[in-house]
Design a protein around this ligand. Structure first.
Ligand code: ZN
Length: 322
């Protein structure tokens, strides 16, 4: 790879973007726009990792390592230079592709009455919320042609899971929510499986950066639960996309002292209660202050609000949480 191609790659992947996508956050802001935070390369207890976003360079006062985004990828993924380059290329390509697909789906939302009707039926109507969550709609049968017209090779679309092996759009008649490195599609028809992700990890907790500083956080399992709570004015909500938390999500929830309100589904068969119970135990063991929100039988936060629940009533449930 030429010097020029390397510079281009580095320009296209700002170090700070890459760090944040790998869950790094600044603990302190220093002069000249520089940032200081915990080092992702060694077990760090007080911030010793310095980042200069304007130069896209890092240096750790703890482990003494530093460099550019390529050096960081080598150290973080523990690979050699050529593999680090390959990982960065792949990361850049997928990030751009998912961004492009999500933007296309957002435009489709307002062109399809059935999608807007479905959102209303699930209690979602605020344009600010739709904008905040970047909600889109996959009608099916048009993403592939749009992206190939933009120059993306069919093979890349298949690899990302946006297009099936047979060459069709993977998401059909689905409300689409962009996640960190993935997309979630909720079917609006009853004949298809309700929930679908692209292949790969579902990522961390939903928009965790925006709530991690709140002393009290409400955890829900569905994005429509998140949507109605946020719309009702609860801004300290996050979502695990399912009642099983992956290790990344669990680590985020425990990354500092806080009170966690668990508002998972109250399924008729009791599986939701079991999930809540075991999660509550694990979090309590980690020293978290955990409260379980009791929703009326058979309800999740979404159906609670859809069936005339309001912010005041939900606030009472939070106050009554054990
Ligand atoms: Zn370090």
């Amino acid at each position: 790879m030429s010097r020029q191609a390397l510079d281009e790659l580095k320009q296209q992947i700002p170090l700070l973007d890459y760090l944040q996508a790998h869950d790094w956050q600044a603990a302190r802001h220093l002069s000249g726009g520089r940032l200081m935070g915990l080092c992702p390369l060694h077990s760090d207890h007080k911030p010793s990792f310095l980042v200069d976003p304007s130069k896209s360079l890092f240096y750790c006062y703890g482990c003494g390592r530093g460099g550019d985004v390529i050096r960081f990828a080598e150290l973080y993924h523990q690979v050699k230079f050529p593999q680090a380059l390959a990982l960065l290329h792949q990361w850049r390509g997928l990030a751009q592709l998912l961004h492009e697909a999500a933007a296309f789906y957002r435009v489709q939302l307002h062109r399809h009455g059935e999608a807007v009707a479905y959102l209303r039926q699930r209690g979602v109507h605020s344009p600010e919320l739709i904008e905040h969550m970047q909600i889109g709609y996959a009608p099916g049968g048009c993403l592939r042609s749009w992206l190939t017209r933009l120059g993306y090779p069919l093979q890349a679309l298949r690899q990302a899971g946006l297009v099936t092996a047979a060459g069709y759009d993977a998401f059909i008649h689905r409300i689409v929510f962009p996640l960190e490195g993935n997309l979630y599609g909720r079917s609006i028809s009853t004949s298809a499986p309700s929930h679908r992700f692209l292949p790969g990890a579902k990522g961390g907790l939903y928009l965790w950066q925006q709530v991690r500083h709140c002393p009290e956080v409400i955890l829900v399992e569905g994005l429509f639960d998140y949507a109605v709570l946020r719309q009702a004015g609860f801004h300290n909500v996050t979502c695990s996309m399912g009642n099983h938390l992956n290790a990344h999500q669990y680590g985020q929830l425990c990354d500092g002292p806080r009170t966690i309100y668990l508002a998972l589904d109250a399924d008729a068969n009791g599986s939701g209660q079991q999930a809540t119970q075991s999660l509550a135990c694990r979090l309590t063991e980690q020293g978290m202050n955990v409260r379980r929100v009791s929703l009326p039988d058979g309800h999740d936060p979404n159906s609670f609000f859809v069936e005339d629940g309001d912010a005041r009533q939900f606030q009472l449930l939070l106050e009554a949480a054990q």
